[in-house]
Design a binder for this molecule. Structure first.
Ligand code: SAH
Length: 218
């Protein structure tokens, strides 16, 4: 790398972090985790050179890697603690899971497309990320064999927070999920499990691909 390129990379990184902060990502732990994960590694093809812009980008199977500031806001709302076991529904590119790997003890991430999960497993081996298990399956049923979870993050939009996921949330646990019709405005919802039930907080308007039942046929 030439000194000129180094400057460009450093500047790009600063702009990336600045965009996150200006959109409300203030948690030092989240910003530090996001600084450690190079989004460029999760985007291939035409759009690779746009990896550091604050926008969602297309990935395989007609899916998208989320906008970095939305990833940051969701991760901040999830308030992950170092001992936590986290479930992510919607692996996609693996970017969100990689960020979670720096914040949690253990992460399970599930996607209905084997064509997405396979390369993410290979990438995580290359990046030496060892506390994330990537699974292929229908995440709308959660992962009963590993439940309960301290934190659950859903990165596809559901019409309502899925019942099986609520059931797999530990008492005191937090779930973050985009809720709404896929072609209309959705809202990011934070659900906290209390001793008496669930508390719901609406965070911000978002736009995600839909949560679809069943495993995708390749
Ligand atoms: N978190 C991802 C972005 C996810 S895009 C990232 O960081 O790149 C939403 C993903 O949810 C898609 O990959 C889609 O295949 C997946 N998905 C949709 N419905 C699902 C379901 N029922 N179970 C598991 N994954 C699902």
């Amino acid at each position: 790398m030439t000194p000129e390129q180094e400057t460009t990379d450093a500047e790009r990184k600063m702009q990336f972090l600045y965009a996150l902060r200006s959109k409300g990502v203030r948690s030092t732990r989240v910003l530090t985790a996001m600084e450690k994960v190079d989004r460029g590694a999760f985007i291939t093809g035409h759009f690779a050179d746009r990896a550091y812009e604050d926008m969602p980008l297309p990935i395989a199977c007609g899916q998208t890697i989320s906008q970095p500031s939305v990833v940051g806001m969701m991760t901040q709302a999830l308030d992950v603690q170092p001992r936590d076991k986290v479930l992510e529904v919607g692996t996609g590119s693996g970017y969100q899971a990689a960020i979670l790997s720096h914040l949690a003890r253990r992460v399970y991430s599930i996607d209905r497309h084997a064509r997405l999960t396979r390369p993410v497993r290979t990438l995580f081996e290359q990046l030496d990320i060892t506390n994330v298990t990537i699974l292929t399956g229908d995440g709308s049923h959660g992962l009963p064999e590993q439940a309960p979870f301290d934190r659950i993050i859903v990165t596809a939009a559901a019409e309502d927070p899925p019942g099986p996921l609520l059931a797999q949330l530990r008492e005191g646990g937090i779930m973050v999920v985009p809720v709404g019709q896929s072609d209309a405005v959705q809202h990011l919802i934070k659900v906290t499990r209390t001793p008496d039930g669930f508390e719901y907080e609406e965070l911000l308007p978002v736009r995600f691909v839909p949560l679809i039942e069943g495993v995708a046929q390749e």
